[in-house]
Design a protein around this ligand. Structure first.
Ligand code: AMP
Ligand code: ZN
Length: 467
């Protein structure tokens, strides 16, 4: 399997530390707000990676954190704590905010058929581990205490710039706005491992520590949870591209300093999805969430399908027009699948040939659009019986997770499918005979039954409107 590795900046042959076992860590959400559909694109990509690896024969042990403490509004150490900000916004405690948005996140995952990782850990559950790690980092002289906080000294880290490919000169104070001058740090990009109350007097979540009452920095959480739950060696670590610097860069620095050896072999990052303004923010007063898409009548799996049609390393611009195209294509695809009647015996040879093609597409750096193309190849193959088609589709859906053979809101019975197709044929011939009155009547009759015809270059398709 070829997998692009951000660490080496190239596609590499995938390997694991233990035979056929993958230890995978994926950064989880900061639960101060709903996840936007951009965040969820990253989780869809990670879900496909996990399920695809299982499909080709690996056992995957995946861990994910829920950040309920320590993530500031800037990924550097400046700004307000995101959770405290969320609590103020809603006049609730940080615990209430964390619980509410963690559940909302799980609901989004379920709607998108994203499987929950086997291990999910709240950052606030592992304080002892972070303290143990920080103590060792101080002992080894990688970390230092200064004016109430414990910092990691990045000048001590080996290859600090490898993952990001950044030039150290660019990170000098004054070169970029993001490099803030902090007299308490030895180097401008040193980052906080432990904050004490000196940073925020009114922080709700705080714990006793050898350096005073306080709370952990965001970066140490992922290193700590990964170490605690997956051990000293990791095969894959994922996140969105924004995590490369400083978050993952700092994770590598502190984990490798603590462990005394290389930590993770593959670093995989999903490109962003942005709205038309160029970033995921409130556009036109709308915060793009799965709940919003549902309210607008979309099935969350339309969005999953939309994501799977592009490669995870290409950035994507979201628009309702593109989501409509994805929805129509998925509806057409599912209707086609639904019209397949179970017949004959499974043709094992052909089954394996198509399965191999599907695996190859996945193994080509997770080429999801090629995986979907294999699905179309199956449907088009006149020499393949329906039984084999259906079992292949069900098999592929273990990875794609689009509910391809399940009844969903947009899907319809075979009888209705045939009826609509006959009406489309009748309308086509009415149009050919220039009987536009009849053609319009057929269209309007269907519309009154909640079936909207859509004329495309490749012929007429349809959409089931919300009932
Ligand atoms: P956060 O809750 O901000 O920690 O982000 C959760 C996940 O979403 C991380 O893996 C981020 O890298 C990822 N992410 C953030 N913004 C986007 C975006 N616009 N598109 C795709 N992934 C994103
Ligand atoms: Zn992380």
């Amino acid at each position: 399997m070829k997998l692009y590795n951000t660490l080496t900046k190239k596609e590499e042959e995938f390997f694991t530390n233990e035979k056929l076992k993958v230890k995978m860590y994926t950064c989880g959400p900061t639960v101060y707000h709903y996840a936007h559909i951009g965040n969820l694109r990253s989780y869809i990509f990670e879900d496909i990676l996990e399920k695809g690896l299982e499909y080709i024969g690996y056992e995957v042990i995946r861990a994910m954190n829920i950040t309920d403490v320590g993530h500031l509004t800037s990924d550097a150490d400046s700004g307000e704590d995101k959770m405290t900000k969320g609590a103020k916004r809603e006049n609730k405690t940080v615990y209430e905010i964390a619980e509410f948005y963690t559940n909302a996140f799980f609901q989004d995952m379920a709607s998108l058929n994203i499987r929950k990782p086997k291990i999910i850990e709240k950052a606030s559950n592992n304080i002892k581990t972070y303290i143990k790690m920080i103590e060792k980092l101080i002992e080894l002289d990688y970390a230092y205490f200064s004016h109430g906080n414990v910092y990691f000294d990045i000048s001590k880290a080996k290859n600090y710039y490898q993952l990001s490919g950044k030039n150290p000169d660019d990170l000098k104070v004054g070169v970029r706005d993001t490099v803030e001058k902090d007299d308490f740090k030895r180097n401008p990009y040193d980052f906080v491992l432990w904050f004490t109350v000196s940073k925020f007097e009114n922080q709700d979540m705080k714990w006793d520590s050898p350096w005073g009452v306080g709370y952990p920095g965001w970066h140490i959480e992922c290193s700590g949870i990964s170490y605690e739950k997956l051990g000293e060696y990791l095969d894959i670590h994922c996140g969105g591209v924004d995590n490369i610097f400083p978050h993952h860069t700092n994770e590598i620095a502190q984990s490798e300093a603590f462990l005394g050896h290389k930590w993770c072999n593959f670093w995989c990052h999903g490109a962003h999805l942005n709205d038309e303004t160029g970033k995921m923010s409130k556009s036109n007063g709308e915060f793009l969430t799965i709940e919003l898409l549902k309210k607008k009548g979309y099935n969350p799996l339309d969005y999953r399908f939309f994501c799977l049609n592009s490669h995870y390393r290409n950035s994507l611009v979201f628009s309702y027009e593109s989501l409509d195209i994805a929805r129509n294509t998925l509806t057409k695809l599912k209707n086609k699948i639904h019209s397949l009647t179970d017949d004959g015996e499974i043709d094992n040879n052909k089954f394996l040939i198509y399965k191999k093609k599907f695996c190859e597409a996945f193994e080509n750096d997770i080429n999801t659009s090629s995986m979907i193309t294999v699905l179309y190849d199956i449907l088009k193959d006149n020499n393949l019986n329906n039984k084999t088609k259906l079992s292949l589709i069900n098999d592929f859906d273990k990875v794609l997770s689009l509910d391809l053979t399940k009844e969903t809101k947009n899907e319809i019975s075979k009888e209705l499918y045939d009826k609509i197709n006959n009406s489309i044929k009748e309308r086509d011939s009415a149009k050919k005979d220039r009987n536009f009155e009849l053609a319009d009547k057929i269209r309007d009759d269907l519309l009154s039954e909640g079936i909207k015809l859509i004329d495309t270059r490749d012929g007429t398709t349809f959409e089931i409107l919300n009932k």
